[in-house]
Design a protein around this ligand. Sequence first.
Ligand code: ZN
Ligand code: ZN
Length: 126
Amino acid sequence: MDVVNCPRCGRIFTRISSSICPACEREEELTFQNLRNYMNDHAECTVSELSEATNVSAKKILRYIRDGRLEISKGMQGEVRCEICNCPITAGHYCDSCRIKVSQNIVDMFSEDKRKRKVSKMHISE
Ligand SMILES: [Zn+2]
Ligand SMILES: [Zn+2]
C-alpha cells in the first residue's frame, strides 16, 4: 500500500491509481465535465472565456491542456506556447524540437521527484 499526501488538498490517502485523493478526484471530474460541456457548445472559445464561464482559473485550464487532459479548442490556438522558444503548441510544455533538447533535464527532474517522495513516505511511517 502506498500512503501519500494529496498534492491538491494535503490530506493523507492510500494511492491506488490516481495521484490525488478520492475527494479531489471527484471534484476534478466535475470540473472537467463543466469545461468539456462549455467547449462542446463553444468550439471557438478562448482560455479566458472558458475560465469566466466555468469559474476555473485560466492557469488551471492551461495546466490541464499541458497535461494532455483537456484538448485545445480552435479559439485557444496560440494560447499555449513552448516554454523555451515561445512557438504555439497544443499540449505539453515544449515544442518538438525543444523537447528533444530538454529531454536530459526531464530525466533529472523525475529522479529528483522520486527522491522527494521517498523522504515524505519515511516521514509518515516514523
Ligand atoms: Zn485531495
Ligand atoms: Zn520550442
